[in-house]
Design a protein around this ligand. Sequence first.
Ligand code: 4NP
Length: 155
Amino acid sequence: MIKVCFVCLGNICRSPMAEFIFKDMIEKENLSDKISVVSRGTSNEEIGNPIHPGTIQELKSHHISYTTHYATQLKREDYDDFDYFISVDSFNSRFMRNIFIHDYQLKIHRLLDFTPLKKDIADPWYTGDFTTTYQEIELGCLALLKYLIQKYSFK
Ligand code: 4NP
């Protein structure tokens, strides 16, 4: 089982959106027994809070199913439990490199680095633009899935 953890700041907007979009893709590709997905936040600001309504609205409008989720903070001890820590932006990649002692197993990747865009995903908590967030996360998740399928010969 390949274990993926999506990481943003609060774990209420971008990383739960990525978690449920990616889960939907994995289910449609019949890979749920090969790839598992969770999400975490680097900040302690939103611990225990539910998914932001803007994220829920985007998931609903794209018919992506989601389950109840409460924001959880990433911990130093999580490093060994996952194969991939996929950050939404370079701030959160940097944060992880600090708590994970320079990422000696090279598990940290920025989502849009799997696409030609190679950029950060802006925080809709500040921009209010959850639609752009959805489009970028969807692109990134498609590219990540393609990468994993090729790398592990899942097809
Ligand atoms: P997220 O958005 O990192 O995409 O979940 C944010 C949510 C909350 C805060 C910042 C970003 N906050 O400062 O509480």
